[in-house]
Design a protein around this ligand. Structure first.
Ligand SMILES: [Zn+2]
Length: 180
């Protein structure tokens, strides 16, 4: 018992303080005539006293247990705030569709900033060979197939935005159908 709590025993604290003060005065005598050394010394002294106070600080076990429990609760709340069911139904079932005469594919990404799922990596697939096409926009959306050189220059500039809006609308319609 006494050995475990030696940092709390008055003897240890008294002895520690005495030895510490003795060391302080010895070093102080050595450096007192040198201004730079004495200012460095006062910083060391201050840090030493601070460390001694921290070492003697009475940390209760229940503070640590309470802290750990609080961290677990906070992590749990953050984790359950993410719409997991939505993620599963989106990411596993709806990642491609035929829209405006083409096959489109995409991924879902959770945006912590927007607190919602967002579409990413939306690609139009070539109607001849199904390769994801390169989309370039200049006075319209131009789709080029890198494999078979199929070109589609008939699309309006905001075609990607429109397709994205249709996909999100499809998701909402599905949701309404599943949860009437
Ligand atoms: Zn192609």
């Amino acid at each position: 018992m006494a050995e475990k709590n030696w940092t709390k025993s008055p003897w240890a604290i008294g002895l520690g303080t005495a030895v510490f003060s003795f060391c302080l005065s010895v070093i102080y005598d050595l450096v007192k005539d040198k201004p730079l050394l004495s200012s460095i010394w006062s910083i060391i002294k201050w840090a030493g006293e601070l460390i001694w106070k921290i070492l003697n600080f009475n940390v209760k076990l229940w503070w640590i247990i309470l802290f750990v429990i609080l961290v677990i609760i906070v992590l749990y709340i953050i984790d359950s705030a993410k719409p997991k069911i939505k993620e599963n139904s989106l990411s596993e079932t709806y990642k491609e569709d035929r829209i405006k005469g083409l096959r489109w594919s995409w991924e879902w990404e959770y945006s912590t900033f927007n607190q919602s799922w967002i579409l990413s990596d939306l690609k139009a697939h070539c109607p001849k060979c199904d390769t994801p096409m390169i989309a370039q926009s200049s006075y319209g959306l131009y789709l080029d197939c890198p494999r078979c050189d199929f070109k589609d220059h008939t699309r309006p500039e905001d075609e990607l935005d429109k397709v994205q809006r249709i996909i999100i609308d499809n998701v909402n319609r599905r949701k309404n159908k599943n949860n009437p």
